[in-house]
Design a protein around this ligand. Structure first.
Ligand SMILES: NC(=O)c1ccc[n+]([C@@H]2O[C@H](COP(=O)([O-])OP(=O)(O)OC[C@H]3O[C@@H](n4cnc5c(N)ncnc54)[C@H](O)[C@@H]3O)[C@@H](O)[C@H]2O)c1
Length: 342
């Protein structure tokens, strides 16, 4: 199998295999010393791929990205008699990759791991960058580590079974990348829409690779989130708070978060692209408006990891393709959120 590219991070080199076949995984991790971690949905729909591999099959969903699941996985690894020479491979969406990377980082003080991302979101975002962790109560990703996988294998055939809602979730992050860093991709997205993009495999696969590379580049330049990597939180501060308080998917919540951030950017930085961002989000099946209780959402928002004392570092847009971070006092932020709802 031909390696597409590798990225050197502070403590590790990550090999990327784009447009690869799942069966090639054997060349990266021997079946006798590897445990795959996946969820029931993926396992049921791609059973043949897992034949002959030690596999842990988890229940699907964000509610299982918690410590209790970590304990279950560790019990099963012990049952497999997994030692420090073992590799864990997360075959799944972001829930599975986050869990796998976390378990691999703590099991026997750290064993090797790799990812086969199976959702669009995991391909362009969650599997990249080495952030691994779990949720605690309403607080997303409250506990975790930054540790890089050894490899990422992209088998686009997994996308054939991806539910519609998950396509939109993935496009929320693709649109986010375009807004903060890639004006060319933004124009490409504007010219198409979800249905067309799903059919046009060549453009889609190229777009996935472009986004995976874009995120990798940002992480490579700022692995520990001191500067540019923070821009990837565009739409996520409000998004995360909404996601934990209401029945919204990650992509839907981030989409609403991006719309609000665009409005704030208009007021603060004279940003002129809000209409275009809203239009693109809608073209990819994403919501751009929600009514919610500011107070309820703000309770969670205040605990965001981007808060520094009484100020929140908020990602805003100067123009399409260029984001900046502004420190906003919490009381001002709460007032804005409230005002935009009226
Ligand atoms: N570590 C990071 O840098 C990072 C970045 C972004 C998001 N995340 C995390 O990622 C998670 C969201 O990821 P996600 O949207 O991929 O969620 P997910 O893992 O829950 O997958 C979404 C759904 O799609 C199903 N699924 C996955 N692949 C499938 C396939 N090929 N065919 C059919 N069904 C399939 C899953 O069973 C699940 O029901 C969140 O927990 C978020 O915090 C992490």
């Amino acid at each position: 199998m031909k390696e597409s590219i590798s990225y050197r991070f502070t403590n590790a080199q990550v090999k990327y295999y784009f447009n690869a076949k799942f069966s090639a995984l054997q060349q990266l991790a021997g079946k006798d010393r590897t445990v795959l971690i996946t969820d029931e949905n993926i396992y049921q729909q791609h059973k043949a791929k897992f034949r002959g591999w030690n596999t842990i099959v988890l229940k699907p969903g964000e509610e299982y990205k918690v410590q209790a699941t970590v304990d279950t996985i560790i019990d099963q690894l012990i049952a497999f008699q997994a030692d420090r020479q073992f590799t864990l491979v997360g075959v799944g969406g972001g829930v599975i990759t986050d869990l796998t990377g976390y378990v691999a980082s703590v099991y026997m003080r750290g064993i090797s791991f790799g990812f086969v991302p199976t959702t669009l979101l995991a391909m362009v975002d969650a599997s990249i960058g080495g952030k691994n962790g779990i949720d605690v109560g309403p607080y997303k990703n409250m506990v975790g580590v930054i540790r890089q996988p050894a490899f990422l294998l992209f088998d686009f055939s997994f996308l054939a079974t991806l539910p519609d809602a998950e396509w939109s979730n993935g496009f929320a992050e693709i649109i986010k990348h375009a807004c903060i860093k890639d004006a060319v991709a933004f124009r490409l997205l504007e010219k198409s829409n979800l249905a067309k993009m799903k059919k046009d495999k060549k453009t889609l696969f190229a777009l996935i690779e472009r986004n995976a590379r874009l995120k990798s580049g940002i992480v490579q330049r700022d692995e520990f989130e001191k500067a540019d990597r923070k821009l990837l939180n565009f739409g996520h501060t409000l998004g995360h708070a909404l996601e934990t308080q209401y029945t919204l998917s990650h992509g839907q919540a981030v989409s609403i978060g991006m719309t609000y951030a665009c409005h704030f950017s208009e007021g603060l930085l004279g940003f002129k692209g809000t209409e275009r961002v809203v239009q693109v989000l809608e073209q990819y099946g994403l919501p751009t408006h929600a009514s919610f209780k500011t107070e309820k959402v703000f309770q969670v928002l205040k605990m965001d990891k981007k808060r520094v004392s009484q100020e929140m570092n908020y990602v805003m847009l100067e123009k399409l393709g260029k984001a900046v971070i502004l420190s906003v006092p919490l009381n001002v932020l709460e007032k804005w959120i409230n005002d935009f709802q009226l």
